[in-house]
Design a protein around this ligand. Structure first.
Ligand code: CP
Ligand code: NVA
Length: 309
């Protein structure tokens, strides 16, 4: 069992391994060149293998990018929402893990609770990949870092600024700061800051994290400005969040405070006029659609790392 390589959190995986996955993502993207999207990679490394894609919450990018990733790798995938499965009628995640391990070669799960993901991994005999939980979103950040590097960035020289809710995506950036050596500024209004214990744990792994409440100060001369929705899946206080978080909308003033060629990132889906203005997300500094595309390439590298073990 010890050789099963789960991809649950960037904080669990050695910096050298994450570096190798990111380098592989660049190689995989270049190697495909302009092959038609549905064409299998020349080496078809996962011929005969199947990845289960299970969703407790909605998804566009994660669903399609993992499915296309397995097709391009020469394998197949089976997608189900938890409500399509007995999981939605109360079958335990432990039993689900044991049963699916008899059928498929790996499992990607998007879960409401991170505990569900860890219980799946503890009981699965095949690799488990995190497709987002309430705690973190590691695959997203691998794609984000690929996007920054392909635009010429040297991560260890960069300052990234997170503006808004200190949510699941922000947590994976905190973990990534420790592994890739970039400086991370986190700017959240009162009541929406990242759990201090998460920041301290990331710092203990080597993360360089600064918390700056004022978003304009946080964006000053930064290389990358990052926004995400003010209302994540599972949040039930949408009106209050929209009102409380508007002080941290990414707008032209914040982008002007940032470095001249600063890049704007957003994992999507976006809500123009809420966490970001249309002028920023649809403007020349936005890299959001390369970022979305890189979910495919980065996840092919993650799948290779997990399933090739
Ligand atoms: N960024 C992201 O994970 O998008 P989806 O929710 O569409 O999968
Ligand atoms: N923070 C968002 C990310 C969506 C990809 C959410 O959890 O809904």
């Amino acid at each position: 069992m010890s050789q099963v390589k789960h991809f649950l959190s960037l904080s669990d995986i050695a910096a050298s391994e994450l570096r190798a996955i990111l380098s592989e993502a660049h190689r995989i993207k270049k190697a495909r060149g302009s092959l038609p999207k549905g064409q299998i990679d020349m080496d078809a490394p996962f011929s005969g293998q199947t990845l289960a894609l299970i969703f407790e919450k909605s998804s566009t990018r994660t669903r399609f990018s993992f499915d296309m990733a397995m097709r391009q790798l020469g394998g197949t995938s089976i997608t189900a929402t938890s409500n399509d499965m007995q999981l939605g009628r109360g079958e335990t995640i432990e039993d689900t893990a044991k049963v699916l391990s008899r059928f498929v070669d790996g499992i990607m799960l998007r879960a409401n609770s991170h505990d569900t993901l860890t219980a799946l991994a503890q009981n699965a005999q095949v690799p488990v990949i995190n497709g987002l939980t309430d705690y973190n979103h590691p695959c997203q950040i691998m794609a984000d870092l690929q996007t920054l590097e392909e635009r010429g960035g040297q991560l260890s020289d960069m300052t990234l600024t997170w503006v808004g809710d200190g949510n699941n995506v922000a947590v994976s950036f905190a973990h990534a700061s420790a592994k890739f050596g970039f400086k991370l500024r986190i700017s959240c209004p009162y009541g929406y800051t990242m759990d201090g214990a998460i920041i301290e744990a990331a710092r203990a792994q080597g993360a360089n994290i600064e918390t700056i409440t004022d978003p304009l100060s946080a964006c000053k001369d930064t290389d990358v400005v990052i926004a995400d929705t003010f209302v994540s899946m599972g949040d039930t206080d949408a009106d209050k969040r929209l009102s409380d978080l508007m002080s941290h909308q990414v707008n032209d003033a914040l982008m002007e405070a940032a470095a001249k060629d600063a890049i704007f990132l957003h994992c999507l889906p976006a809500h123009r006029g809420e966490e970001v203005t249309a002028s920023v997300i649809d403007g020349p500094q936005s890299a959001v659609f390369d970022e979305a595309e890189n979910r495919l390439h980065a996840q092919k590298a993650v799948i290779r790392w997990s399933l090739e073990a």
